[in-house]
Ligand binder design. Sequence first.
Ligand SMILES: NC(=O)c1ccc[n+]([C@@H]2O[C@H](COP(=O)([O-])OP(=O)(O)OC[C@H]3O[C@@H](n4cnc5c(N)ncnc54)[C@H](O)[C@@H]3O)[C@@H](O)[C@H]2O)c1
Length: 271
Amino acid sequence: MDVRKKIIVITGGMGGIAQACARTFKNQPIVITDYSQKLVDEAVTTLQKEGLDVSGIACDITKTADIKSLVDFVGKAGDMQALIHTAGVSGTVNDLKKVYTIDLVATELLIDAFYDIALQDSVAILLSSMMAYTVAPYDKYDDALTNPQAEGSFETVSQFVHDSSDVMYNFVKRGVQLLTHKNVDKWGEKGARILSVSPGVIETPMALKAAEEHPERMAAIKQATPLKRNGQPEDVADVIHFLAGHGARFITGTDILVDGGVIQNIKKMEP
Ligand SMILES: NC(=O)c1ccc[n+]([C@@H]2O[C@H](COP(=O)([O-])OP(=O)(O)OC[C@H]3O[C@@H](n4cnc5c(N)ncnc54)[C@H](O)[C@@H]3O)[C@@H](O)[C@H]2O)c1
């Protein structure tokens, strides 16, 4: 009998956390995706040179047609073991709608598309952020964050973010966690899991760009981190690797913080 390959799918494949994740799956086929073919080719070439079994396809995660091509590509390669969804933008894009669409709406599009090919023991691991923990639970925006594609949801959330893309980022990352709660039963019926991971400050291109814009704040965060260092992509990748495997078979519908312990101290620093 033909044994189907178990595929690890990683979005945002050129990103710092994505590449570190890929490197933890040395003996498994990986499908990498990012928004342009050029970025995908670069990522695939780099990782193949390191001996990884990796292929790739471009996918702008805000486009349903691209997501469909990605899901078809994965289906041809084998069975989905894990979707590791790292693609995203930070508040530095300075565009409320862009942050909302890429980080939250597209996350829901991916969850729905990958649900169709999820099987017993498949898992979706979504990247949230420790900054989600700075947003208190509140019915009015939580309903909108849980239903990001509903009419008026963006406008509702926008009322609470003081016209700041950074604050919108914190809200939509809370939304990512809420999407796992929304989908956990549905995925559970297939014996599949869905959960999120919330990194602290991890030294990737995204974080280093944010550091350039808010140097004092970034220095204060490092100082406030009990472990007195920023995170490295590998700190997050090792946790994701565990969550994608058999050892994490009873973990679903929750968020795992990988922040060096800093969030408790940051909450005291927030206005
Ligand atoms: N680095 C951190 O400190 C940190 C902290 C908390 C949360 N996170 C989250 O972890 C995830 C990965 O972060 P990172 O630092 O590796 O980011 P990164 O900027 O290094 O990588 C993100 C990737 O997403 C891709 N991307 C952006 N828009 C896309 C689109 N429309 N379609 C397809 N791909 C797109 C980019 O091309 C990039 O390769 C993000 O969701 C981020 O919010 C990161």
